[in-house]
Each structure stands twice: as C-alpha cells, then as structure tokens.
Ligand binder design. Structure first.
Ligand code: ADP
Length: 211
C-alpha cells in the first residue's frame, strides 16, 4: 500500500465520519455543501485506502486508521534489499594504519574484515581504530584481526530481512553499521551495509512520499 496524502476535502470528510458515522454519502455531501456526485471520487479513495469502511444502506464508518498508521504499515513491510549501501571491506592481514587510511579514503565509519576466501571474519569501527592508536603498538605492523570484533559475535542481516528488524538490531547492539551478507556453504559473503544513515534516509523518503 502506498503512503497516503489526503486532500483538505478528504480530511474534512474523515472528520465528519469520525463525528457522525455511520453516515450516508448524501449526509456527508450536505454537511459540506457539495453534491453527492462531487464527493464520489473522494469517498472511493477513502474506502479503497482503508480510512473508511462502507456498508450498504448504513453508510460510512471510520476505521480508526490514521496517516501515521499507514506510514507504520509501510515501514513494517520494507526489506533491506534496495536500501543498503556498498560495503567497504579489507583483508584481515591489513595493518591498522592502512585501515585508518581506508576509513578516510572511503569516507565510512565501519570496515568489514574478510579472509582470503572473501568470507566475513570481523568488524572494525572508528573507536576500535582509535583505541589501537592510543596504545603503544606500531600501527603499520599491527594487523586488523588482532583488534577487530570477530565472528561469531557479528550482528549481520540479509537482503530479505525486514528493515525495521535491522533498525532494532542497530539500537539493541548499540552499533552504527550492520553487514548485509549472503550465506554460502562455508561462510558469509558481504554484499552490502546498513547504517544508521540508511535508516534515516528511509524515514525521510517515507515522510516525503505522497502516493
Ligand atoms: P564506534 O565504536 O566507532 O562508536 P560502533 O558503535 O559501530 O562504532 O561500534 C562499537 C563496537 O561494536 C566496536 O567495538 C565494533 O567493533 C563493534 N561492532 C560494530 N558493528 C558491529 C556489528 N555489526 N556486529 C558486531 N559488532 C560490531
């Protein structure tokens, strides 16, 4: 179902049905000083979209749905697929120094670490890199697999997961990014990433969609 933006007249009809329903189309038209024929398309839209319910010979009922509920319904069925960003991955033997360079050159906050078979083995956040940087180690000689958060403690998702569930994972695990993975026979291949920015983008898009 698409996000609905109601016209002023449709909003007025909703108010009338809320206050006086069940009410016939004829009575609604009277209250608005319009003809029944003029209102017909509006009533059709309001029933088709589920705001109103119509019963023969009784009239129109308000179903109790608000625009917010429609927005929520729409959000609840969205999948990760199509909303993810390109992942930035590095090999597990790369030095922390090079990982820091990669964070700047790729303009990302989180790097996903892979092994020689391109399977996900770890995650590196900005703070992981900062923590290593304030230690005594030589960053060019320190491989990222020493400091990364490693499997099996990685929060992951797949393209056909519900976006809202991934958003909850971001909150519950208190992390900024989740790798989108493809399960293969002996590991997980990184195919995307969902960050707090992706979720924010979806919210803005939902709010701006009008049909
Ligand atoms: P930062 O540490 O820069 O604030 P995060 O909040 O994303 O960034 O990361 C917090 C910690 O959680 C880090 O140690 C990081 O390695 C780890 N982490 C980040 N993303 C994930 C993930 N998807 N799964 C498991 N651990 C993660």
């Amino acid at each position: 179902m698409s996000t609905i933006e109601l016209t002023i007249r449709q909003e007025k009809i909703l108010e009338i049905v809320k206050d006086f329903g069940p009410i016939t189309g004829e009575c609604i038209a009277e209250k608005l000083d319009l003809t029944r024929a003029t209102l017909r398309p509006d009533l059709a839209i309001l029933t088709m979209t589920g705001f109103l319910d119509a019963r023969p010979r009784v009239g129109y009922f308000y179903t109790g749905k608000t625009s917010n509920q429609f927005l929520a319904e729409k959000l609840k069925i969205m999948l990760v697929d199509g909303h993810e960003s390109t992942p930035v991955v590095i090999n597990e033997n790369v030095s922390v120094y090079d990982a820091i360079i990669k964070v700047f050159s790729e303009d990302v906050g989180t790097l996903f670490v892979i092994d020689a078979n391109s399977h996900l083995v770890g995650v590196l956040s900005r703070k992981d890199l900062l923590r290593a940087s304030i230690g005594q180690q030589k960053l060019t000689a320190l491989p990222v697999n020493i400091i990364m958060t490693r499997m099996p403690n990685i929060t992951m998702c797949q393209k056909d997961d519900l976006l809202i569930e991934v958003a909850k994972k971001l909150i519950n695990a208190q992390i900024d990014a989740i790798p989108v993975v493809n399960k293969t026979t002996n590991g997980f291949e990184v195919v995307g990433r969902i960050t707090k920015t992706n979720i924010t983008r979806v919210l803005v898009k939902l709010a701006e969609t009008d049909g």
